[in-house]
Structure formats: structure tokens, C-alpha cells
Ligand binder design. Structure first.
Ligand code: 5CA
Ligand code: ZN
Length: 412
């Protein structure tokens, strides 16, 4: 699929810091250790509605990972999917008497614009589920032949399921116990009560055609792909096993990332799928989780339409730590708008406080599990001192502007 455009990322003077990042599988902060090309897969949108601030916050967190790796001199091979055929998309299209293909195209186009406005660096490969069906079919057929996948005992709808024990390591990514897995499986798209499965936790890989649903004629029979196998195969076929980072929001820890890993590991006989599993916290609105069912969504596109400075949206979302569940409020936005003004004034000054110590602090904080609150506080201090006329370094404002652009993605 087509991605979006971005400004080139400028080089920053001084010494970069290697990134340390929380890893859900390890349960703690660990160094990332990419080779010359760092590899990252982040789960993309299901395009049945516009991008809200929760989605945006998650993509901003991984955009910082991208930027820190670039700062460290790595090339970054970033892959993201679009879940452009799945139940929620089909349900929304039906509800609105819309064509599901056109709905997905429209929302994906809006997402690209939103990401470009927020200055999120684009993935190298932006891949839809529909265009990946041949790859997915090949993988499912192989798992079926090898016994890791099986047909549901249902002659009318012979769906294909993954035996969750097939990789021998199920549970290592989330570290959840069985009751927690069972609860999240039911809440997040699983079908524990489906008759004909061997085990309630087994996940759908191929859904046999149902009347009125889109389906593809393949060697597996007419049908469409399940969700987890989509990300598993798209990542595996572009990044290989043991890629550097699998990312998404914390709602994807289980079952989605557990199964994506288990599928790929059963398929290849190798471990691990990803070397790091990183998850961003959930964004809410005024204290409640932002969700479609509650209807309390703030869309990036709505803010853009209201002429809210995208750099303030970016800074507002980054003002909290990426791993904490947090709320978007009027105060968060007002504070970010005021901050952008102060920073803009400071980098527009004729002279300022020395840039090198600030850039060093920025790198320290960002490389420490993306500690944006402390990074932002360091810039605040520099901006306040510079605006008070304390500094006499004539190159400092431009140097800080460059560092904020490259490392925080904030263009002033
Ligand atoms: N297409 C699948 C992933 S393969 C999906 O979860 N799509 S989504 O549109 O529902 O979410 C897109 C991304 O935003 C996912 O990484 C998800 O974890 C994240 N996300 C969803 N809601 C929130 C929220 N309230 N706060 C933070 N991140 C969120
Ligand atoms: Zn995914």
C-alpha cells in the first residue's frame, strides 16, 4: 500500500545513546540491540473509523523508537499493517450501508494524512491484509499440513484454528495466567464458545465463507484470514524471525501478540518471533477509556479541522509517559499549546543557553524507555532560560530546533 510522506530527519551533533525499552515478555526494561538495520513491526489500524488520539499516541511512541534508532546511525526497516478486512470493518460498513472496501480506503487515506500532520515517520512497508492473502494462505496451509492448525469439527463452516499449544511456548509474551488469558480472549475478538474447536483458547486462522461476507477462493477453500495470522505473516515475510521490536497498544498484549508470535514460531520452529515486545498505555478522555462503544473519541482529523496546531497535539500526547494509561483533557491541550509558543519563541531567539547539555539530556531521557516527561521538562528549562535572555550562544537556538525536530519530531 501507499504510505505517506515525511520531512527528512536532520542529523544531531553530539553522541547518541542506545535505546533501552520496556519488554513485556521480559517484564522489565532491556537494551534494544539492533544491527546496522533495525527492524520494527507495529500493528496498524483497522480502518472503519477515523484515527483517534489513542491510536495516535501509540504511533507516536514507536515514532520515537524510530527516531532514536536513526540517531544511533541505524537504518530502520519499519513495517506496519492495515487490517483492511475484519469483523469490525464489515459490521460498520453494513450498519452504514457502505461498501467495506471504500470505507477502508477512506479511513486509511485519512489516517495517512493524520500521521503526516503529526510528523510520524512512515513505515517502509505499509501492507494490507487483503493484499497479503496469498502469503497468509501459504502459512496456514503449512501449519495445517504440519498439524499445528486444524479444521473445526463443523462441516458447514470448516474454519481453521491454531492449536495454541503448537509452539510449545504459549504465554511467554504476555506472561498472563490462564484465567487472565481466558478473560482477554473473550473480550478481544476471540471465540471461546465456538463449537468444534479442540480448546477454547485456540485462535481462528481462516474463516470459511459465510453468506454475505467477502471471501477469497484459495487452496484452503473460500474464506478470509483471521486476525493474528495477518500480522504474523506480514512481519515474518518482511523482517524474518527475531526482528528487533513488535509494538502496539497494551490491548494487543493478549491474545494478539501472543498468537502472532506462536504462529510464526510454530511455522518456522524458531524462537523468538520478536526480540522485544513493547506496548503503549491506553488513552482515555477526561478519565474514561477512549473507545468506540463509549463514543468518547477525539479524532486527530477533528482537531486538524479545528486548526489545532498538530505540534501541540503531538506534544500533548508525549507529555505523559507512553506506558501509562492517561487521559486527554482540555488542560493537556492548553498546556501543550502554551508550550509550543514558548519553545517557538526560544528557538527564534538571537541567542540562547548552550545547546549541547540540553541535547545530551534529551538523549538520556528518551533512550531511557522513552521518558518524554523528563525530556520535555529539560526543554522547558532551556526555553525559559533562553527567553529570559540568560544565554549568549548564538548557534544554540538553531541547534535546539534541529534536535527537537530529529529526536522529538517537533517542528517549530
Ligand atoms: N488492526 C489492529 C492491530 S493489527 C488494531 O488493533 N487496530 S485498532 O485500530 O484498533 O488500533 C490501532 C492501534 O492503536 C493498536 O496498536 C492499538 O493497540 C492502539 N490503540 C487502540 N486504542 C487505543 C487507545 N485508547 N490508546 C492507545 N492506543 C490505542
Ligand atoms: Zn496486529
Amino acid at each position: 500500500m501507499q504510505t505517506w510522506l515525511s520531512d527528512p530527519v536532520p542529523l544531531v551533533a553530539g553522541t547518541p545513546r542506545p535505546l533501552r525499552l520496556h519488554d513485556t515478555a521480559a517484564g522489565g526494561i532491556r537494551p534494544t540491540a539492533p544491527g546496522p538495520t533495525a527492524t520494527m513491526y507495529v500493528c496498524g489500524i483497522t480502518p472503519y473509523d477515523a484515527t483517534h488520539l489513542g491510536h495516535a499516541a501509540t504511533y507516536l511512541a514507536f515514532d520515537l523508537v524510530h527516531r532514536i534508532w536513526l540517531d544511533n546511525g541505524h537504518h530502520v526497516h519499519y513495517v506496519q499493517n492495515v487490517t483492511d478486512v475484519d469483523d469490525p470493518l464489515l459490521e460498520r460498513a453494513k450498519r452504514d450501508q457502505d461498501d467495506w472496501v471504500v470505507l477502508a480506503m477512506r479511513e486509511t487515506a485519512l489516517y495517512r494524512e493524520d500521521m503526516a500532520a503529526l510528523r510520524v515517520l512512515p513505515p517502509r512497508d505499509y501492507v494490507g491484509a487483503v493484499e497479503s492473502i496469498p502469503e497468509i494462505v501459504e502459512a496456514v496451509a503449512k501449519l495445517l499440513a504440519g498439524g499445528a492448525a486444524y479444521r473445526a469439527d463443523d462441516p458447514r463452516f470448516p474454519d481453521i484454528y491454531f492449536d495454541h499449544r503448537a509452539s510449545g511456548r504459549f504465554g511467554y509474551e504476555s506472561n498472563y495466567d490462564e484465567p487472565t488469558m481466558t478473560r482477554f480472549f473473550a473480550e478481544r475478538g476471540g471465540d471461546p464458545d465456538r463449537v468444534g474447536k479442540r480448546h477454547p483458547l485456540d485462535a481462528l486462522m481462516w474463516r470459511a465463507a459465510r453468506p454475505g461476507e467477502p471471501s477469497w477462493d484459495t487452496e484452503l477453500g473460500p474464506g478470509r484470514p483471521g486476525w493474528h495470522v495477518e500480522c504474523s505473516v506480514i512481519a515474518l515475510n518482511r523482517l524474518g524471525m527475531a526482528f528487533d521490536l513488535q509494538g502496539g497498544g497494551s490491548d494487543l498484549i493478549f491474545p494478539h501478540h501472543e498468537f502472532s508470535a506462536a504462529h510464526a514460531e510454530a511455522l518456522t520452529g524458531e524462537h523468538p518471533f520478536a526480540r522485544h515486545y513493547a506496548h503503549a498505555g491506553m488513552i482515555g478522555l477526561d478519565g474514561e477509556k477512549m473507545s468506540k462503544s463509549r463514543g468518547n473519541l477525539v479524532f486527530v482529523s477533528r482537531l486538524r479541522a479545528d486548526k489545532v496546531d498538530p505540534m501541540a497535539v503531538r506534544l500533548g500526547l508525549l507529555s505523559g509517559h507512553y506506558r501509562t494509561d492517561r487521559s486527554w483533557t482540555h488542560d493537556v491541550l492548553d498546556e501543550a499549546l502554551a508550550r509550543v509558543q514558548r519553545w517557538r519563541a526560544a528557538v527564534g531567539s538571537a541567542a540562547g543557553v548552550d545547546a549541547a547539555p540540553l541535547v545530551s539530556r534529551l538523549r538520556d531521557h528518551l533512550s531511557d524507555d522513552l521518558d518524554t516527561p523528563r525530556a520535555i521538562a529539560a526543554v522547558d528549562a532551556w526555553a525559559d532560560q533562553t527567553r529570559s535572555g540568560a544565554g549568549h550562544y548564538t548557534e544554540a537556538p538553531a541547534a535546539v530546533r534541529t534536535a527537537l525536530d530529529a529526536l522529538l519530531g517537533v517542528a517549530l
